[in-house]
Design a protein around this ligand. Sequence first.
Ligand SMILES: Cc1cc2nc3c(=O)[nH]c(=O)nc-3n(C[C@H](O)[C@H](O)[C@H](O)COP(=O)(O)OP(=O)(O)OC[C@H]3O[C@@H](n4cnc5c(N)ncnc54)[C@H](O)[C@@H]3O)c2cc1C
Length: 431
Amino acid sequence: MLSQKPTECRRPAWKAIARPTISSVKESPPGNAARSTRFGFPKSGRYSLSYWLQGVQGDPLLNHRTTPDLPTSADIVIIGSGITGTLAAKHCKGAWAEKSIVVLEARKFCSGATGRNAGHCKPDQWRGFSEYEKKFGTEQALKILDNEQQTWLALVEYVRQNNVDCDLWVGDTLDVPTTPDVAAIARRNFEHFQAAGGKVDHIKVTHDPMEAFKISRIKDAQACYSWSASTLCPWKLTAHIMRDNLQKGVNLQTRTKVTRVVKSSKVLGNWIVKSDRGDIECSQAIHATNAYSSALAPSLRGLIYPQPHMCDRIIPPVAFEESEALTNSYGVLLANGDLFSINPRNTTEGSAFIGGSNPGQPAFERWLEAHPERGIDDSLQGFRPVTEAVRAFAQSQIIGWKAEFNNDSWSGIIAREYIPHFICSKKLIDG
Ligand SMILES: Cc1cc2nc3c(=O)[nH]c(=O)nc-3n(C[C@H](O)[C@H](O)[C@H](O)COP(=O)(O)OP(=O)(O)OC[C@H]3O[C@@H](n4cnc5c(N)ncnc54)[C@H](O)[C@@H]3O)c2cc1C
């Protein structure tokens, strides 16, 4: 049953890259007052299980503790075991092999946004340009999009070179504007990016609606932009990197919530990372806590705040099996700045993960305004306007979908402000 109110996950626990950019999640932040009151630690107790987490419930890494007791000291303490904390550990170990590194995770390994996202690794190659340019200037905007491409290339190379078992798919991703107005805005943005010196040779473009429809199978397609991107299982990728970290001597402590980071009174420049299992003294503390950053660092309240975000998984009708399956990933550009991001899992079981700025998201945000205490609640599932928007889209826009609609949904907590959060504690505490 779909319900208006998000529902708690009722399944037992055992059954159970990347970041949304400016261009993939529309900004409609709550007012200042609401923003500064919305913060919290990772929710304890029940949470919804993403498709990724459902598939790894037997994996011992979820509850891994390298040592039974928490070390009392380390050179570097990293808080958070999502892709950011895990990569931070990899790079710190690579740079300073001799240093002791402890990763602390409040819940199970990689059970935050990284373990709950839609698995779409899509380097923005033009779409966010104008927004970035407004915020950061032309040069930085060009660098951001170039960095997206370099990051994606490095990711694919890493997965291939290390034979990472993470369902990697590499292929053409399509951006498909679905109204004439949206197509005109997209075109202006693309041409502006090109005129500013942006690289576009690798992007195939058609502005012919009929051709765009044929390529994309989206009924109202007005244009189509196509370039290379990936989809993958983010939990498996992060687990691979963490397992390598563990072999190199990193100490991972799951189910260990950090409650405060304070200056050491004994050694100048050192920090005490306080957790519900004891304290660790260290010379460097890295916060890789994403949406939860402002719970641990009060100076960030109002700047970084948590926002539940839904992902829907839809199971295609029989007509979409085998040779009829979707063969691309998508950004479907809708009116009002809304967007569906689609990961069709077309090299695996073929279900489509739909995220992005769902047209039902504003209703969800209004509900959150009225229930700010649910801002870190990732037990939420099936908010009706969000699911209904996915249903309406699939049935009216994807050619051949017909009436079948089977779906599953979960939530994860994203950090609003869209900055990757990777901050040293000295700065947080000294302001
Ligand atoms: C539904 C959804 C769909 C998304 N879809 C996509 C997509 O398709 N493509 C894409 O690129 N991005 C997507 N994203 C965004 C992406 O998942 C995140 O930007 C990314 O995973 C952030 O990684 P992270 O390591 O910084 O944060 P997280 O994965 O959230 O990791 C932070 C970790 O810190 C831990 N932590 C926090 N506070 C404490 C504390 N006090 N003590 C100990 N541990 C703590 C948390 O438990 C958590 O495990 C999506 C996100 C969501 C929620």
